[in-house]
Design a protein. Sequence first.
Length: 95
Amino acid sequence: MLAAIIAGASSFVAASRQPTTYQARAVLIVGNVLEATNPTANDMSLPQQLAELYAPIAQTQEVRERAAEALGMKAGDLPNYTAGSVSNTPFIEIV
């Protein structure tokens, strides 16, 4: 019993000393597929291809610098992020 209390207390102390970590996520849609009443496969094809093209661009140094500038930060202060297209969709996910 005493070992469990000591283990619990030491775990609490160790966890409370860790810095708080936050993670944000954004999902963007390419095109206007959501506005279509009955989107067809053709309506989805080009936005899907563009999402695959645009996602890597979001990770370039120029985009990072402009994003930092828009947020009033230095480019080096901007946290690391990843951007990728969501398979077979017109979505780009940024984490």
